[in-house]
Design a protein around this ligand. Sequence first.
Ligand code: RNT
Ligand code: ZN
Length: 419
Amino acid sequence: MNQEQILKGYEYAKEAYREAGVDVDAAIARADAIPVSMNCWQGDDVIGFDGVGELTGGIATTGNYPGRARTPEELRADAAFAKTLIPGKTKFNLHASYAEKNGKAIDRDAYTIEEFRSWVDFAKEQGMGLDFNPTYFSHPKMDGDFSLSSTDESTRRFWVEHGKRCREIGQEFAKELGQPCAINFWMPDGYKDTCADTKRHRDLMTASLDEIFAEEGIDRKLVPCGIESKLFGIGVESYTVCSHEYAYGYAVKNGLLYTLDAGHFHPTEVISAKISACLQFLDEILLHVSRPVRWDSDHVVVLDDELQRIMDELVFNDFIPRTYIALDYFDASIDRVAAWAIGMRNTRKALLNACLAPAAIREAEYARDFTSRLALMEERKTMPFGAVWDYYCMKSGVKTGSEWLAAVKQYEKDVLSNR
Ligand code: RNT
Ligand code: ZN
């Protein structure tokens, strides 16, 4: 599509939306400013650089597509290239396992911002904020799948210290980059088989989290922290310490964020249905936008009904200022840079489409005209959204349509295939 064709489409779309009472340019500006955090771990199959090299904790990547980033330099180059394909305000989401120790004998209980200096420089160069995650997996100090709720006191202490260090590092990120650093606490702790004492580990988990969040000198506005619930992991099928009730309850009681991962519930449950309920009792939430296929499979985010519903909930209810949007998936069976671009672009599309939704749909509901509500909802689905999206990409200096794919194929040929 050339510029002229895109502009023609935009003019038509602008008129169609205007008739529906929607200001397209205002919608574009609104959607463009919403931060979306790109998960570093899609680029290297969640392996990281702090030494262990094997993914544990009940999560798994599948596939062996060539070109995985093997060094921090490769990961940064790939992410920078992916960013050129993605419009809107992008943040970068790091895990503690992406520390660069530079030969220093230092472990996760002692990391400081020094181990992440190159990531801060990268974020500055790219004009991105950073989000952060303690890494409670892929480490010899894991007690099987237990970390913060391990019954081994020295193990538990190690992971408590790790949690504290991550809040300190996150606060430094926020100060350096001039924007909050959302930190997500996900602990895989649990048992493969039926558990005889479900209470003991939860008592330990609570004691550990209490200690981490009691740490002084941390400004909760700079480092909003979320607790992520989960249904089960691979090899951790029967008992999960940090279940939905546990994580949500801990967040409500302690003024933290609750992290809703789209893949962490029963297969017929959707997180879009939970957002306005959770936000009755919490100031803020963190989202892990993902795609479960029958289980927590972490497929690349596609523009499906659930993604649209999630973004509709956030936009229609003015929840954007109370929500940190982060992506969480890892697919090693396709080009990893394309996986980033597809998921990030789709998330941004759903946000833009939410901002373009005619208010008449809600007004029909308030007027109890449910016929119009349904009719307008269905009409919305065929409004010329694609033309607005192409225009927005063009305006943002990002390739439209399948042109971005050609750029990825070229990058694959020039860079990824040589690894
Ligand atoms: C795992 C959780 C967690 C991780 C990332 C890597 O089930 O969803 O968020 O995927 O932290
Ligand atoms: Zn997650």
